[in-house]
Ligand binder design. Structure first.
Ligand code: IMP
Ligand code: MG
Length: 174
């Protein structure tokens, strides 16, 4: 049976906001290169749209971590499923995530990536659900949208691996 999905953020709203965030990143990284780390799989749509709008020199790498099972509840366990291809030594790293929820994934990742001696690490997320934060030390440098505590899909975000390809962000109606 098809789920009914209520639109929370339209494709136009999301893309307009990504353009604003990209403009800020272009300013902040002026005269430098930025090394984007896309967190698979959810961050992939956002990373592409963001990267297309950056005018500073960009390099890209991908990492896959798992923190969730097939449902909607965090297991609290973070595992590196696919590591980066390139070293981070001396690079201006910008982690690109789909959503920050409990913050467990990012708290762990930042700690691991810091040990690889980048020049800097910043964090950019499409969505933030601050009400759900368990790891309070995770600070987000660039947030496109702060949303309430609802489970969202689309624009890379899945429910049991489905709906990542929706061009908007929606909530599955019960
Ligand atoms: P955290 O470690 O709890 O911050 O979880 C972050 C990860 O949980 C994200 O990268 C998503 O894969 C997943 N996640 C958290 N909230 C949602 C949601 O509302 N929809 C889909 N995936 C979510
Ligand atoms: Mg994810």
């Amino acid at each position: 049976m098809e789920d009914k999905i209520r639109v929370l953020l339209t494709e136009e709203e999301v893309n307009a906001r990504i353009s604003e965030i990209a403009a800020r990143i272009n300013e902040d990284y002026e005269g430098k290169s930025v090394h984007l780390i896309c967190i698979l799989k959810g961050g992939v749509f956002f990373t592409c749209e963001l990267a297309k709008r950056l005018t500073v020199p960009v390099t890209l790498d991908f990492m896959s971590v798992s923190s969730y099972g097939s449902g909607t509840v965090s297991s609290g366990v973070v595992k590196i499923v696919k590591d980066l291809d390139e070293p981070l030594e001396g690079k201006e790293v910008l982690i690109v995530e789909d959503i920050i929820d409990s913050g467990r994934t990012l708290a762990y990742l930042i700690q691991v990536l810091m040990q690889r001696n980048p020049a800097s690490i910043r964090l950019c997320t499409l969505l933030d659900k601050p009400e759900r934060r368990v790891k309070k030390q995770v600070t987000v440098d660039y947030t496109c949208f702060t949303i309430p505590d609802e489970f969202v899909v689309g624009y890379g975000l899945d429910y049991d691996q489905r709906y990542r390809n929706l061009p908007y962000i929606g909530v599955i109606e019960q």
